[in-house]
Design a protein around this ligand. Structure first.
Ligand SMILES: Cc1cc2nc3c(=O)[nH]c(=O)nc-3n(C[C@H](O)[C@H](O)[C@H](O)COP(=O)(O)OP(=O)(O)OC[C@H]3O[C@@H](n4cnc5c(N)ncnc54)[C@H](O)[C@@H]3O)c2cc1C
Ligand code: SF4
Ligand code: SF4
Ligand code: SF4
Length: 351
């Protein structure tokens, strides 16, 4: 890492990450550059827009550059995983669900992400949350935001299957002088945030009190998949889409009630290239990880740290969620292990 300090963007991230299509698109390098040399492009990669001062800061926060799983485990959990800890280190697991009909109407699975945030905001555990809204002009295009009210949190509910560079919203967190924020994001976001903590870049790491990680197999290119394939091949008017979901195949539910389907095999060509290099399915470095895992109106919840336990217990005690323990015999538990192994294998074959 010492040698990398003197290196600039071009001989590190551009050469070894972006040019090799390994970039996750997280945006961490863009926000941390103290000289504002980097721009986040429409292709969801960083681009140099002024002379790099070779300070080496962007290099240190990239989840795809000098990433060490054991080192990060020691930093977050104080130990490395045992071989049987296939989906990372954790303390408890639950199948949980929001108790609010309003949340269940708009959420992706059991509405746990939204319920945790609303409960934490009401009880002043947090003063904001980084999450994804959708763009008002371009339907289904995710837009990273800092939500400050219950209404703004609720508006973020539901999964957007194209990439949302939520780290870009950290600029707003700092500008609005937020003190205590929950961050919702995919595994690549959480890895970048942990690297920001390790560095540390306190301006960005101090306000983040809770990291809520989503499970993630992949995300799809907006322009080619959502913008062209859905309307042109599937005949979907994007403004009519009520919800997208993946249950063995991609299901696109329209407001009329009709459901259009795309096989995962067909959709593979639209997977973002950087996702093929991603080994983390279950947000292994989050405080708490959430996923659907084939459940119906329930969220599979993995508590990994004390912080994860704090935000979960807060919502449970205040009756914002209900929770039951996970059976290791259940389909969802077996699926979690299977998808974690598959994603690691895919990444090792891509590298
Ligand atoms: C790209 C992607 C792929 C996923 N793939 C899988 C999978 O293969 N298997 C699985 O079990 N689960 C997957 N998930 C997680 C799952 O879809 C749900 O997000 C999770 O179960 C939580 O559901 P919920 O009802 O508790 O969340 P909700 O209460 O509906 O809240 C969801 C939260 O996630 C935020 N969010 C939505 N889209 C994004 C995004 N693109 N980037 C960052 N934040 C976002 C929202 O703003 C909201 O705060 C994926 C999620 C994403 C974003
Ligand atoms: S943070 Fe900015 S100035 Fe520093 S190496 Fe990266 S691009 Fe160059
Ligand atoms: S993965 Fe993130 S930090 Fe690394 S080059 Fe891509 S956008 Fe920058
Ligand atoms: S697979 Fe998911 S976590 Fe990994 S880079 Fe793609 S969006 Fe990020």
């Amino acid at each position: 890492m010492k040698a990398a300090e003197k290196l600039g963007f071009e001989e590190t991230l551009l050469k070894d990450v972006v040019s090799k299509n390994r970039c996750a698109g997280c945006g961490a390098c863009v926000i941390v550059c103290p000289f504002n040399c980097l721009e986040y492009t429409q292709a969801q990669t960083p681009r140099l827009v002024s002379e790099c001062q070779k300070c080496g800061i962007c290099v240190k926060v990239c989840p795809r550059y000098e990433w060490s799983l054991p080192e990060m485990e020691k930093f977050v959990f104080g130990r490395t995983r045992k071989p049987e800890e296939i989906f990372g280190i954790y303390t408890e697991m639950y199948i949980a669900k929001s108790t609010s009909k309003e949340v269940l109407n708009v959420c992706q699975d059991g509405g746990v992400a939204t319920a945790l945030l609303v409960s934490a905001l009401e009880s002043k555990l947090i003063d904001g949350a980084v999450l994804a809204h959708t763009d008002s002009e371009r339907p289904l295009l995710p837009k990273p935001v800092v939500a400050e009210t219950q209404e703004e949190i609720m508006r973020g509910a539901g999964t957007k299957y194209s990439y949302s560079p939520n780290l870009l919203a950290l600029k707003d967190v700092v500008e609005r002088k937020k003190q205590s924020v929950a961050f919702v994001g995919t595994p690549c976001h959480i890895q970048a945030l942990r690297k920001i903590q390790v560095f540390p870049l306190r301006k960005y790491s101090n306000p983040i009190k809770f990291m809520i990680g989503l499970m993630c197999t992949e995300s799809f290119e907006y322009e080619s998949f959502i913008g062209r394939f859905l309307p042109q091949t599937l005949g979907v008017n994007l403004r009519d889409v009520k919800k997208m979901n993946i249950k063995g195949k991609i299901l696109i539910e329209l407001r009329s009630g009709e459901v259009k389907e795309v096989s995962l095999k067909e959709a593979k060509q639209y997977t973002r290239k950087g996702c093929f290099y991603c080994a983390d399915f279950s947000s292994e470095f989050a405080d708490i990880s959430l996923g659907g895992l084939g459940l119906n109106q329930q969220t599979f919840t993995i508590i990994r740290t004390e912080k994860g336990s704090e935000i979960f217990e807060n919502a449970l005690k205040r009756n914002f969620i209900t929770a039951e323990p996970v059976s290791e015999e259940s389909f969802s538990f077996r699926l979690l292990k299977k998808l974690s192994k598959m994603k690691r294998k895919r990444a090792s074959e891509s590298t």
